[in-house]
Design a protein around this ligand. Structure first.
Ligand code: ADP
Length: 447
């Protein structure tokens, strides 16, 4: 059994893991950079170890420093959170080679899903519907142009190693292909050290619907419905909800079963998300994330489960604490990502928090590592909090979001809160009537 977990992350997700561990009677170890000595995750953990200077390559991404911190503290397991090393297959391999436990999937599954071409091939073979496109990598511009003719424009050229919205370029016609192809390649090379790209049909007005899956590593897996994450800026999610306002119970059961069966077949262990674009009643796989997602709390809210606790259980070799039949949806939940950013350009806005007050009350969850007097360092992600609301139905969740945003106080830095207040005035948002382009268009017209 795991007695001590090292959390290889910072911010709200580090707190999330420390909290689950504490409820299970498990000790926690925080690691931190010199810039984070005063951070909440350091204060909240049972122990802490400084693992290096502020830049993340020398601290939160330093595998030797993290393994050494495990050895010093006697932690037997590592939870990676999201971002940083959470989808780094060699990190997982090194952890296992040191006789430690990684709380997450196997190195092999991370490797397969981390390469988008291999992921698509694997999913296709497992019966998951995919976006039509090239069969694997596209070696040169001539081939890309041929595929463009075959599947029809517009198309999107994607770096197989891409992530975080980087390495994707749309070509609306053959004449745009050259620059799109070259840019996607160059972005893949410079951001991920891999210039392999593939081509797929660019869907015009899809929604981004993702299915939460969970496996025990022994051939049993379940799905926990979908999240609609269509409200995006530069391919980055800002507002997520569950269940998806456009998904019927029948569609959920159908695509959910396809996903659960697929991950069961490969003996997947732990939490995973299978992302789709959804258009005209059809689902098209785009990628799988082999980790806990930022937006996991909306799923936890409607199913009443603790996904981190579950991750720790299966890492210990225990069975999941629920079956598919146990998982019934209760109400609706919404998450908004509160970033320290200045509108209208979303420029990062680090600085000192002069006053912080978290909203509360029925159905409100605030996951944040802020406190009065805390200084947000300039080195990391600008996410400073996630406000999650849960109601008996979507309408109640929206009213609760409005109420909770009104209670929230974050003084000293600019945040994305005004964006959410404005969105809650829009009929399309209130009616759940939006696709992946809605927010960009709205921002162009209103900000
Ligand atoms: P990343 O790994 O960088 O997050 P994804 O493959 O998950 O990239 O895609 C991110 C977003 O880009 C999607 O949510 C969607 O908005 C858009 N996108 C990706 N593929 C397509 C496509 N074939 N057609 C239209 N939009 C797409």
């Amino acid at each position: 059994m795991i007695e001590k977990i090292l959390v290889a992350n910072r911010g709200e997700i580090a707190l999330r893991v420390i909290r689950a561990a504490r409820e299970m009677g498990i000790q926690s170890v925080a690691v931190h950079s010199t810039a984070d000595s005063d951070a909440m995750h350091v204060r909240m953990a049972d122990e802490s170890v400084c693992i290096g200077p502020a830049p993340s390559p020398q601290s939160y991404l330093s595998i030797p420093a993290i393994i050494a911190a495990c050895e010093i503290t006697g932690a037997q397991a590592i939870h990676p959170g999201y971002g940083f090393l959470s989808e780094n297959a060699s990190f997982v391999q090194i952890i296992e080679d040191h006789g430690l436990t990684f709380i997450g999937p196997t190195a092999e599954h991370i490797r397969i899903m981390g390469d988008k071409i291999t992921a698509k091939d694997t999913m296709k073979a497992l019966g998951v519907p995919c976006v039509p496109g090239s069969d694997g990598g596209v070696p040169d511009l001539e081939t890309a142009l041929k595929i463009g003719e075959e599947i029809g424009y517009p198309v999107i050229i994607k770096a197989t190693a891409g992530g975080g919205g980087k390495g994707m370029k749309v070509a609306r016609n053959a004449s745009e292909m050259k620059s799109a192809f070259q840019t996607a390649r160059a972005e893949g090379k410079s951001n991920f050290g891999n210039d392999e790209v593939y081509v797929e049909k660019y869907l015009q007005t899809p929604r981004h619907i993702e299915i939460q899956v969970f496996g025990d590593g022994k051939g049993t897996a379940v799905h926990l419905g979908e999240r609609d994450c269509s409200l995006q800026r530069r391919h980055q999610k800002v507002f997520e909800e569950a269940p998806g306002p456009s998904i019927s119970a029948e569609e959920r059961a159908r695509i959910g079963k396809i996903c659960a069966d697929a991950v069961a077949k490969i003996n997947y262990i732990g939490a995973g998300t299978i992302e789709f674009l959804y258009e005209d009643g059809e689902f098209y796989f785009i990628e799988m994330n082999t980790r806990l997602q930022v937006e996991h709390p909306v799923t936890e809210a409607i199913f009443g489960v603790d996904l981190v606790r579950e991750q720790i259980r299966v890492a210990e070799g225990l069975p999941m604490s629920f079956t598919q039949d146990d998982l019934q949806i209760n109400g609706a939940a919404i998450e908004v990502r509160i970033n320290a950013e200045r509108l209208p350009n979303f420029a990062p806005c680090p600085g000192r928090i002069t006053q912080y007050h978290a909203p509360g009350g029925l159905g409100v969850r605030m996951d944040s590592a802020l406190y009065d007097g805390y200084s947000i360092p300039p080195y990391y992600d600008s996410l400073i909090g996630k406000l999650i609301v849960h109601g008996r139905d979507r309408r109640e969740a929206l009213a609760r979001l409005h109420r909770a945003l009104g209670e929230l106080i974050v003084d000293g830095v600019d945040t994305t809160v005004p964006l959410f207040n404005a969105l809650l005035q829009e009929d399309d948002i209130l009616e759940g009537n939006y696709n992946i382009h809605w927010l960009e268009r709205w921002l162009a017209a209103n900000m």
